[in-house]
Design a protein around this ligand. Structure first.
Ligand SMILES: [Zn+2]
Length: 107
């Protein structure tokens, strides 16, 4: 009976979705922890660059470390995959970033 197949599918999809979400959450967490350590340990060499937004209407300034790829400010857009700076990460914490940013500016 087709209904039983649909029910099976529904169960499968929802459990797969849950698993993927957990996986995402874990990855985000590990990324965040890794970046925290990098932020402390790396002798950063900050580079300023511009990335176009997805419409190509405006450019955003990003500052990222040449060595570890961490970005200084949380202004990288999620859809900048095609750009060479797509390795800069999206989940960096705003507060820490602006702190570091201030330190750099004051130097
Ligand atoms: Zn670095």
């Amino acid at each position: 009976m087709i209904l039983s197949i649909l029910i099976k599918n529904r169960d499968y999809f929802s459990s797969e979705l849950w698993k993927k979400k957990e996986e995402l959450r874990m990855l985000e967490l590990m990324l965040e922890e890794t970046e925290d350590v990098l932020r402390e340990k790396c002798k950063h060499n900050w580079i300023t660059d511009f990335i176009d937004d997805k419409n190509g209407e405006q450019s955003n300034i990003i500052i990222y470390c040449q060595h570890c790829g961490i970005s200084l400010k949380k202004e990288t857009h999620k859809n900048s995959q095609t750009h060479k700076n797509s390795q800069t990460h999206k989940n960096s914490q705003t507060h820490k970033n602006s702190q570091i940013y201030n330190e750099i500016v004051e130097e």
